[in-house]
Ligand binder design. Structure first.
Ligand SMILES: Nc1nc2c(ncn2[C@@H]2O[C@H](COP(=O)(O)OP(=O)(O)OP(=O)(O)O)[C@@H](O)[C@H]2O)c(=O)[nH]1
Ligand SMILES: [Mg+2]
Length: 363
């Protein structure tokens, strides 16, 4: 409470002032007295007790009571307020953009991973795109990834300008012998000029392996030989020195078959009269879980290229692409069916990419 004094010529008038100010006569009167002032006049003083807040409100008004800010301070506060609103708006937009970018990138990553591409490879590409408009735009991002795949893929041109030995290695049943027959027919009969071709079979494990190759060789009238040891291999190659192309078939090996593996390595590392090109035959149907094992085991043979077989047996090429992106081996030929000699083509990136794009667009 606070004591407030009203002064007038009579106590009645002084009280009337208090009633007028507070709008009520229900006021607590503390004292009422008449005094002679220094100027000789007699005046009445009525003191009432009022609530502090009510006193401030009635005396100064609520607005007036607040401490007055200087114009400069008020201006600054206004500016800070505007700035804060702007920051809040920017924060909102930024979060929206980030969420949008993240969801576009995540969606495309999920799609490519679903198609068999390794998340690690995608992350490496995305890391180079942060802050660019590409990462926030679905179709730009898909095109960018496809371009990256295209650039990373390598093909090996068919080069028959000098004599060579081509050995085909790979897991069991991937189509090595069939591909040898297709290649033999291509080189001997289907190119601009005929090449002198011979076949050597190192596969002494599989029942009927020699017969399988002999069958094709006899139809095509191409020389064919089976050799049991690296020494015999060496001798045979020397005897075939006048041939343009010697194709060498090997036993299919599971990546865990050490016996066959050691034997094949001994053939590969034996002295040959000319360079031996080792080609891994990999089916387009390769399983994601098997990829690493296949590479780890066969890369010991110093692979020159990869021949992709069984293109016709799948519509999903992501895992195969993943293998090529990860190990960066050039592709040399594609086998697109069982028919000898027709179902063979020189490797071509567009052919593979078109099929992959078809698969991606199916979602
Ligand atoms: N659909 C399809 N089948 C193929 C292709 N290439 C080979 N094959 C088939 O795959 C099977 C195995 O072929 P082979 O040539 O004997 O395979 P391989 O790698 O020599 O097998 P092993 O010597 O036992 O390791 C055969 O039935 C072939 O007809 C192809 O491109 N597409
Ligand atoms: Mg075979």
């Amino acid at each position: 409470m606070i004591n407030e004094t009203f002064v007038a010529s009579s106590p009645k008038e002084a009280f009337a002032q208090a009633v007028e100010k507070y709008g009520t006569d229900d006021l607590e009167i503390v004292s009422a007295k008449q005094l002679r002032y220094d100027d000789g006049q007699i005046r009445a003083e009525v003191v009432i007790a009022v609530d502090k807040a009510l006193f401030r409100e009635k005396s100064f008004g609520i607005e007036n009571f607040r401490p007055k800010k200087s114009t400069e301070e008020a201006q600054m506060l206004d500016e800070i307020g505007a700035l804060k609103t702007e920051i809040d708006r920017m924060k909102e937009n930024l979060t929206e953009d980030l969420i949008k970018e993240e969801s576009v990138a995540q969606k495309i990553k999920d799609l490519f991973v679903k198609k068999g591409i390794a998340p690690k490879w995608i992350d490496t590409i995305f890391a180079t795109l942060i802050g660019t408009p590409i990462i926030a735009d679905e179709s730009l991002l898909v095109s960018y990834l496809l371009e990256e795949i295209d650039e990373t893929l390598q093909t090996k041109e068919e080069d028959l300008s000098s004599p060579k030995i081509m050995m085909l290695v790979g897991p069991t049943g991937v189509g090595k012998s069939t591909t040898i027959a297709k290649l033999a027919a291509r080189f001997a009969y289907l190119l601009e000029r005929p090449y002198k071709v011979a076949l050597i079979n190192l596969d002494s494990y599989k029942v009927g392996a020699i017969e399988q190759l002999s069958h094709y060789a006899e139809i095509m009238q191409i020389e064919h030989f089976a050799v049991p040891t690296p020494e015999a291999f060496q001798e045979r190659l020397e005897a075939l020195e006048s041939y343009d192309i010697v194709l060498v078939d090997t036993a299919g090996m599971s990546p865990y078959d050490t016996n066959k593996f050691v034997k094949t390595v001994s053939f590969v590392t034996s002295e040959t009269p000319r360079k031996l090109e080792v080609n891994l035959v990999l089916p387009a149907t390769v399983k994601y879980e098997d990829m690493d094992d296949i590479y780890q085991n066969f890369s010991f043979l110093n692979l020159d290229s990869v021949i992709i077989s069984k293109f016709d047996e799948t519509r999903h090429f992501g895992t195969l692409l993943n293998f090529m992106l990860l190990y960066k081996l050039p592709m040399s030929y594609f086998c697109i069916g069982q028919e000898v000699p027709d179902d063979l083509m020189v490797a071509n990136k567009e052919y593979l990419l078109e099929r992959f794009i078809g698969d991606v667009h199916e979602g």
